[in-house]
Design a protein around this ligand. Structure first.
Ligand code: OAD
Length: 234
């Protein structure tokens, strides 16, 4: 069991493995391919310029899959941990689905964006909730300014969101736990190295991550099987 004292500040980094049992395939699990396209080919600014329709087809498929998914015991355990820690949990997810929120987590930082939000590719209109386009749009949707509406996702080659807040939370944390993430995609893969040596560092997942050497504890197994026991949340 993970002992967390009333002075500990816990940073959790979740990855695709947390949503795997909810039916959302991981990236490395499908070989990084969608319809024989490497994911980078449909999730990048270059792809958006070359073929925005293909990009929307990919994200419409992902919206469809995510809208049928339900949170699993790992999401619920992390939501309960947030309640128990009363403001001392920082939950940073690389996942773009909303399963942490569906499980009851209130403060989730989506460093790679959110599947059910869109934004304009031209003007500074803030990202907005968008549950449309579970089927690909017939025409690329347009903003009032004439720009094109794109998914609010951090694509390859773009900067992740909320990095200032994330680094401030990393500086303060005394416990760092990564769950269901392969440890290969930067900058998230290096978060553990930022805190190693001064925070307890824990990995949870069925396979060893690429950055395993920075962790002090590794709990092998599926997140939904390991987390409830590890966090003592039935
Ligand atoms: P990956 O697909 O790289 O890795 C998924 C990890 O989840 C692997 O280490 C699996 O062993 C583990 N896993 C599988 N089933 C699991 C389970 N039931 N419980 C726990 N772990 C399980 O996914 P990420 O590391 O999240 O970025 O990928 C990081 C980023 O790469 C993604 O956010 C995405 C992608 O490019 C963007 O879209 C910007």
């Amino acid at each position: 069991m993970l002992a967390v004292s009333h002075t500990d500040r816990v940073f959790v980094l979740s990855g695709a493995g947390v949503s795997a049992e909810s039916g959302i395939p991981t990236f490395r699990g499908v070989g990084g391919l969608w319809r024989n396209h490497p994911i980078e080919e449909v999730a990048s600014p270059v792809a958006w310029e070359r073929d925005p329709r293909l990009v929307w087809e990919f994200y419409s498929m992902r919206r469809r899959v995510a809208s049928a998914a339900e949170p699993n015991r790992a999401h619920f355990a992390l939501a309960k941990l947030e309640q128990n820690l009363e403001g001392r949990l920082f939950l940073c997810t690389q996942n773009v689905d909303n399963l942490h929120e569906q499980a009851g987590s209130k403060r989730v930082v989506h460093m790679h964006g959110e599947l059910f939000k869109s934004r304009c590719d031209t003007c500074s209109r803030p990202p907005f909730e968008d549950f449309n386009f579970c089927e690909p749009p017939a025409e690329i949707p347009r903003c009032d300014c004439g720009g094109r509406i794109r998914p609010h996702i951090c694509w390859f080659g773009e900067a992740p969101f909320e990095m200032d807040r994330i680094f401030r939370a990393l500086e303060k944390c005394t416990v760092f736990m990564a769950v269901g993430t392969s440890g290969v995609v930067e900058p998230a893969a290096s978060f553990v190295a930022c805190v190693a040596g001064r925070a307890r560092t824990i990995y949870v997942g069925p396979e060893k991550p690429a950055n395993l050497s920075s962790f002090t504890q590794c709990h092998m197994g599926k997140a939904e099987e390991v987390l409830p026991g590890l966090l003592d949340i039935p």
